[in-house]
Design a protein around this ligand. Sequence first.
Ligand code: UDX
Ligand code: UDX
Length: 464
Amino acid sequence: MKFKKNILCIGAGYVGGPSMAMIAYKCPDYRVTVVDINSARIDAWNSAELPVYEPGLNEIIKKTRSKNLFFAKDIENQIKENDIIFVSVNTPTKTFGDGAGKASDLQFLEKTARQILEHSQSPKIVIEKSTLPVKTALAMERILASAKGKITFDVLSNPEFMAEGTAMADLENPDRVLIGSRETESGLKARAQLVDIYARWVPVKKIITSNIWSSELSKLVANAFLAQRVSSINSISALCEKTDADISEVARAVGMDGRIGSKFLKAGIGFGGSCFKKDILNLVYLCSYYGLQEVADYWESVVKINEYQQDRFIANILGSMFNTLAGKKICVLGFSFKADTGDTRESPAIYITRKLLAEHAQVVISDPKALKNAAIDLASDKGKISYIEDPYSAASGCHALAILTDWELYRKLDFQKIYKSMVRPAFIFDGRNIIDHKKCFDIGFNVYPIGKPALSRFEGQSSF
Ligand code: UDX
Ligand code: UDX
């Protein structure tokens, strides 16, 4: 079959896989191929057990795979055959050299640009899908401009705003699609081609275009603003605990102001995920690089509050359980960084579990989707942790429950049954404020929410 457009994506991760699946699903007359240097990942995309868990993804893969969506390993050949190339390789925080701990490590992006240069035999549109520091397109263009002969490349920026756990819904019905390009004749032509792809299912008024630098920067800023809201509400949760105010009531009252809005005001144990911390640190680095130290400090405080919130949570567990956890069994309910994903990258649960182990607690981890990743994250602590998917078996014989992920199933647990199987006095530390605290207190638990008065039988034990 002859396809109208041939699209390639380099990088078959959480972003590349689902976003290309959606394009293939919405555009059956386009051929979409996804490649990756990790051949096991490609095998997984071609198998019944996909490497990424997302509600609705399986169904779309079933409808498109081997029809107009292909997962392939022959990267060089695919570069030759496709005219539109999305780049969705990872851009982690640099761990070495200048900017270590803050700047983005762009080595994979640069290698990919060189690979595209080496194997292209015709003009290409190269699209940055990865989140990148502003001005990265300039480096990309400079590498591609060294092409021999007449091959030309147009570089576009098309950052992806989907969130994990709701990726398919976000991709199908995005708040906006952002496409940045050079404002030259050829840049605008390339931009129009990409607009055409999204216009197959996204209303045109939601497809916004901009200059390429605005597009690159907007993605960093969107993530920084979202993370800043989480840190803002978490900082106020600390004040609530000192003043008997209730963070849910405060968030509701504040969020009903249309100018503020109600989303991203859930207090908890802090944000995780592969993006927020990495992108803010990148923004901090960029601001410092351009000599804007005050701006850098402002954004860095968002990350500091996030760390503070996790430390507060641990200190609360320790303080409430009579200042010793040694030998006590703690059940961690939820390990993924948020509900509806098995992803554990930068999950607060990693840090909290390590802190519990440092106090010589015995840790049992339960999660419906993330146990495999949890065992990888905590491989160096092998032998000290048990992994039990069933929450009832996991809680049995424990002194405390620490709810770290907002999985819906934890709201519906039979806490009476759990209480009976635990050591007394039994504690619950609800790091996501998702269960009925009063009900659990009445059952017999000592309950410690975030940003609300503790329901404890031990008078004088303050929350923090
Ligand atoms: C990543 C970045 O973290 C994010 O900032 C960006 O917006 C999109 O890419 P994600 O898809 O979640 O997000 O990352 P990951 O799941 O690690 O996927 C990246 C994939 O690229 C990996 O499968 C990796 O093997 C692949 N890759 C990396 C290549 O194919 N070629 C390379 O040179 C490097
Ligand atoms: C985020 C952005 O939302 C998305 O637009 C971007 O493309 C990638 O980064 P993601 O990291 O998948 O998406 O999840 P998100 O829903 O933003 O949650 C991030 C973290 O913040 C999670 O740990 C979540 O539990 C936490 N969070 C979120 C809160 O603690 N409170 C809230 O009110 C919202």
